[in-house]
Structures are given as structure tokens and as C-alpha cells.
Design a protein around this ligand. Structure first.
Ligand SMILES: Cc1cc2nc3c(=O)[nH]c(=O)nc-3n(C[C@H](O)[C@H](O)[C@H](O)COP(=O)(O)OP(=O)(O)OC[C@H]3O[C@@H](n4cnc5c(N)ncnc54)[C@H](O)[C@@H]3O)c2cc1C
Ligand code: FES
Length: 258
């Protein structure tokens, strides 16, 4: 689908836990061919503090209802405002932006790894990969049991594994401590999104296991479409804009010391 700027109407704003909200947005432009990993850039109006648009991964697309969902973790004024929106409020959104994940082939065994709000691009990825006939495994990491959300929803599309920093649910420690990632489980591809240290650790593990791996970067952004250059990252091919050349990159193309 070509990128577009459009007013979307809030259908539902669901509070998932203490700091996460799921916003379902009605589109009046026909949604088609959105690739998991692509994102939206939302104008949060009525405040000097939120002059710049805020980027969010596309969490799920409902083509039947012509709606998009985004998962919002409240960290500052923009996300605070989004968390307070009510049905029938509208948001000005540029979408779909960036390049998404390379989709797996039928029968491929894939591992999706999401840390914190980095689980956001993994829902549509799990859904579409399952539809393509891939065997989907999903490893979700969070600080505590309270921070884990949407586990049941993820389990509709694959086998879910959990870690928590404090051991209150799943395996104690980081996602890289989980046996599903420690052992060679025959994965054809690993896809990851989360805090940068976590993605680097997963990338290192993927390299050791010789498994193809893509990560979705969340560098700070402004324009979202390649003009302001505030989102650049170093790659083996020089500096690239995360908003247009990414946010998804193959780990071999990044200048990460792994
Ligand atoms: C491609 C992309 C996809 C994203 N997807 C999601 C998503 O699905 N759900 C979600 O909740 N958030 C997502 N984010 C992060 C989200 O854009 C920021 O949390 C949001 O812009 C913060 O706005 P704010 O006004 O609430 O806070 P601000 O006042 O802008 O920031 C509050 C604090 O958060 C930090 N921060 C802001 N942006 C980021 C970032 N990108 N990475 C790390 N720290 C940051 C700031 O440094 C500051 O300390 C994504 C970011 C990118 C680039
Ligand atoms: S956010 Fe402006 S160039 Fe990427």
C-alpha cells in the first residue's frame, strides 16, 4: 500500500495494564498489503511538547473492518495523550511507513522475539506468517509478570515462551536465557524487536546458531519519511535512515559489534 496521510477515528482504546494501551483506528482509505514491521507516524495535537509526530509499529491490521491497531506504552506526553483518547476522537496519521520483515516461506520454522513494547510488530508478523504456513514460535520478554500482556492473543498464532527479569513468570532473566533460544532448535529465521541491548544479544545468538535474523530498530524519529535525517544508523553500506531503509534490517547489514 502507498503511504498516505489520513485522519483515522478511534474505535476502541483498551487499557491492557498499568502503562499499555491498545488503540484501534478506523481507516477510511482501503487498507491493503501492509507488511508486518511497518509503522505509522501519529500527530498528537494540542501541545507544544508533542510538536513532532510519534512513531508506532502497526500491531494488527483488520482488513475486514478496515482498521489498524497500535500498542502504546506510556512514557511521556505524547503517549500519555494517546492513552486518554476516546472512541470517535480522530488522529492524523501517516502510514504505512518503512520496510517490514521478510516473510517466511511455508513450513519454515521461525522464532519471533519481542522485548517490552517491542512485542508490537510481532502480532501481525505472527498472524501473517501463520497464514503463509510457517511454524511460528514466539518468545516474549518483560520485566515482571505484570508487564506481560496479550499472551493469549499471541498464542492464537504460535507457541509462546516467556521470560521475566525477576522470574515472576516464565524463565528468569533475559530472552537470551530461554532454552528455546539457547539451543539450536532448527529455526530457519529469527525476527526481533525490543531494547537495543536485547536485540544485539539475540543477534549474537542468531549468528552463533547460523540462523538468518532480522531486527526492527526503534531509533528516535521525527519526519518518518527520510527528510530530517535524525534517525540514521550505521550499516555496512554506510549511514541509512531507519525510517525509510528500515526499521527492519538484516543483522548482517548493521555495523553492530557482534
Ligand atoms: C519505528 C518505531 C516504532 C515504535 N513502535 C512503538 C510501539 O509500537 N509502541 C510504543 O509504545 N512505542 C513505540 N515506539 C516508541 C514511541 O515512538 C515513543 O515511545 C514515543 O514517541 C514517545 O513519545 P512521548 O511523547 O510519550 O515521550 P517523549 O517525551 O518523546 O519521550 C519520553 C522518553 O522516552 C524516550 N524515547 C522516546 N522515543 C524513544 C524510542 N524510539 N526509543 C527509546 N526511547 C524513546 C525518550 O528519550 C524519553 O526518555 C516506536 C518507535 C519507533 C521509532
Ligand atoms: S525520521 Fe526523518 S529521516 Fe528518518
Amino acid at each position: 500500500m502507498n503511504k498516505t496521510v489520513s485522519d483515522l477515528t478511534i474505535i476502541k482504546n483498551t487499557r491492557l495494564n498499568h502503562d499499555n494501551y491498545l488503540l484501534e483506528l478506523q481507516s477510511y482509505i482501503k487498507l491493503e498489503g501492509i507488511i508486518p514491521g511497518q509503522f505509522v507516524n501519529i500527530l498528537v495535537s494540542d501541545s507544544q511538547a508533542t510538536f513532532l509526530r510519534r512513531p508506532f509499529s502497526i500491531f494488527e491490521v483488520n482488513y475486514h473492518q478496515n482498521s489498524i491497531s497500535v500498542l502504546v506504552k506510556v512514557v511521556g506526553p505524547g503517549t500519555e495523550k494517546l492513552s486518554s483518547l476516546k472512541p470517535s476522537d480522530t488522529l492524523n496519521v501517516i502510514f504505512p511507513l518503512g520496510n517490514g520483515f521478510s516473510m517466511p516461506m511455508a513450513k519454515e520454522k521461525i522464532l519471533l522475539v519481542g522485548g517490552g513494547v517491542g512485542i508490537a510488530p510481532m502480532m501481525q508478523m505472527a498472524k501473517d506468517s501463520r497464514e503463509l504456513g510457517a511454524e511460528v514460535h514466539i518468545l516474549l520478554g518483560a520485566r515482571t509478570k505484570m508487564d506481560h500482556i496479550l499472551i493469549e492473543e499471541f498464542s492464537r498464532f504460535g507457541t509462546v515462551y516467556l521470560t521475566s527479569d525477576d522470574g515472576s513468570v516464565g524463565v528468569k532473566g533475559f530472552v537470551t536465557n530461554h532454552p528455546v533460544l539457547l539451543q539450536n532448535n532448527g529455526f530457519n529465521q529469527i525476527y526481533c524487536c525490543g531494547p537495543e541491548p536485547m536485540m544485539k544479544a539475540v543477534a549474537k545468538k542468531a549468528k552463533e546458531l547460523n540462523v538468518r535474523c532480522e531486527v526492527s530498530l526503534e531509533n528516535a524519529m521525527a519526519c518518518g519519511f527520510g527528510v530530517c535525517l535524525c534517525c540514521v544508523t550505521k550499516t555496512t553500506g554506510g549511514n541509512k535512515c531507519v525510517c525509510t531503509d528500515g526499521p527492519v534490517f538484516n543483522i548482517n547489514d548493521l555495523s553492530w559489534p557482534i
